[in-house]
Write a new protein. Structure first.
Ligand code: FAD
Ligand code: SIN
Length: 509
């Protein structure tokens, strides 16, 4: 058993920024971060557009950012949370800059503010089109300087250790030694990110399998808003399965047009904001256009834009397009919607507390009330920064309780059991991803959801039985977690009676 004061599961922006602050405040306390891949692998690392923060109050205001967030959330945001997150943005930005993160400036020395869908103003702080990479780099550097933080790479958290609604830490599988280790902690922070790989076609990296939410669900934590899956309108189209390269919404903010194969600028038919309508509306409109035309993709036209300025702002997107034979000065970029973000998750209060004592959740795995039925672009890095600070502030006066787990630790007994065939797991994962795309995508069908629920239950029982008789592995647990998340999404989709934001359910095919 490893004993620690703060156990942080996940090394994206949510987990790392909490770790830096608590480590600095309490140099004599022990902070342990476990993460399932290399420490920098996360959704954070791939964030492109930037962070939505009001920095220039001549044109913009907190109220405008609050209104944009509320409109986007389609009546389901928690207004107090929205106000709190938006007004704290500038303080959290200052900290990021103090930790060494660099953001683009204009010649006059002001922040170069980008624009994205649903924003009435330019307010997105960014580092070219690699904002997440820059943030992750800077905060990891800070983490490495703290002697009381230990980062354990390739430790896969399996389940929380709980008793009487009290969290005492978590079990984690060390991928190399195949040993299951119990981490006992005074406070546990879930910062495990998103769920993209449940859909296969996603902008998320392969680590995004909803593990933290599934663990919290098994421990009886309250989970909310799982029906609100955000599909990004413009992932680079290719016919393969798996992660999709994102063409940032900031490209549309820069002036790019969406066109059908025949060249029609269709977004004007759906919303007066055109290409800069909120993400739910743009994705739903593309979905409709594709169903009407039978085409595989629509196109992003950048040919009228200033090429030099484009290359300066979006060097990664430019290079990626070039590498697959697309010259953005002449060619339209083929794009499709892809799963991008989960608005729901482990329900937390304004201090990041879950319904389980001493268990906190932060970042994409949490549901705070900020996003409602649809997240406003570039509000998620902001949410993670504000809530990691809230958890930190809440925990400052709370003393270490020295209250060890008195129950019997689970015996994972992994060595004596046979391994599950990787092909079997891979096949079920592919079938699961197809089921989610067909039944829990941009448009869901009333009659199909109960059938999907039934199939998910069959798979859940099958995998649970297998996990009792076979060696525990990352692939096995990820599959179990993805099936659990799929069941939550489908159940919450059945339960929701009205169409809001990113959720659309219709009667017939
Ligand atoms: P993550 O950054 O995903 O970190 C999760 C961590 O948990 C990872 O380290 C992972 O390895 C670890 N983990 C997961 N499961 C386990 C387990 N079982 N055991 C141990 N460790 C585990 N948002 C914006 O605001 N602006 C943007 O411009 C933007 N662009 C984006 C572009 C892309 C391509 C993507 C994918 C997302 C984008 N987002 C953007 C969303 C944003 O990046 C994420 O919501 C945010 O970074 C999530 O941070 P996080 O710390 O909660 O999770
Ligand atoms: C993007 O750059 O389009 C992603 C922004 C986000 O997800 O907030």
């Amino acid at each position: 058993m490893i004993v620690t004061n703060y156990l942080i599961i996940g090394s994206g922006v949510a987990g790392l920024t909490f770790a830096i602050k608590i480590a600095e405040r309490f140099p004599d306390r022990k902070i342990t971060i476990i993460t399932k891949a290399n420490e920098d692998e996360s959704n954070t690392k791939y964030a492109q557009g930037g962070i939505a923060i009001v920095t220039d109050e001549t044109e913009d205001s907190y109220q405008k950012h609050i209104d944009d967030t509320l409109i986007c959330g389609d009546g389901l945001c928690d207004i107090e949370v929205v106000k709190m997150v938006i007004t704290e943005g500038p303080k959290r930005l200052k900290e990021l800059i103090a930790w060494g993160a660099k953001f683009d400036k204009t010649d006059k020395g002001n922040f170069d503010l980008g624009k994205e869908g649903g924003h009435s103003q330019n307010r997105v702080i960014h580092h070219k089109d690699q904002t997440g990479y820059e943030i992750e780099r800077a905060i990891l550097e800070q983490v490495h300087q703290k002697e009381n933080i230990t980062v354990l790479n390739h430790y896969f958290a399996l389940d929380l250790i709980t008793q009487n609604n009290y969290c005492f830490g978590a079990y984690a599988l060390h991928e190399r030694t195949k040993e299951v280790i119990a981490f006992q902690s005074d406070f546990t922070i879930l910062a495990t990110g998103g769920i993209g790989h449940l859909y296969g076609h996603t902008t998320n990296p392969v680590i995004a399998t909803g593990d933290g939410i599934a663990m919290a669900f098994r421990a009886n934590a309250t989970i909310k808003d799982m029906e609100f899956i955000q599909f990004h309108p413009t992932a680079l189209y290719d016919s393969s399965a798996g992660s999709k390269f994102l063409i940032s919404e900031a490209v549309r903010g820069f002036g790019a047009y969406l066109r059908t194969q025949k060249g029609h600028r269709f977004m004007m038919d759906y919303d007066e904001r055109g290409e800069l309508a909120s993400r739910d509306i743009v994705s739903q409109s593309i979905d409709l256009e594709l169903k009407k035309s039978g085409n595989d993709c629509v196109y992003l036209d950048c040919t009228h834009l200033d090429l030099d300025a484009f290359m300066k702002h979006f060097p990664m997107i430019y290079e990626r397009c070039k590498s697959v034979g697309i010259d953005i000065a002449k060619d339209w970029i083929p794009v499709v919607p892809a799963q991008h973000y989960l608005c729901g998750g482990v329900s937390v209060d304004k201090n990041g507390k879950t319904s389980i004592k001493n268990l906190f959740a932060c970042g994409e795995c949490s549901q705070t009330g900020l996003h409602g039925a649809n997240r406003l672009a570039s509000n998620s890095l902001l949410e993670a920064l504000v809530y990691s600070d809230k958890i930190y502030e809440y925990l400052i006066p709370i003393s270490i309780e020295n209250n060890p787990f008195k129950g019997k630790l689970l015996d994972w007994n992994f060595a004596k059991k046979p391994e599950v065939q990787p092909d079997y797991l891979a096949k079920m994962k592919t079938e699961l991803q197809l089921l989610m795309r067909q039944n829990a995508g941009i448009v869901r069908y009333e009659a199909e959801l109960p059938k999907a629920k039934k199939q998910l239950l069959i798979w859940k029982n099958e995998i649970e039985d297998i996990s009792k008789t076979h060696q525990i592995s990352v692939a096995l647990y990820e599959l179990l977690n993805m099936i659990t998340i799929g069941s939550l999404i489908v159940q919450h989709s059945i339960d929701r009676k009205d169409n809001r934001g990113g959720f659309m359910k219709v009667n017939a095919l």
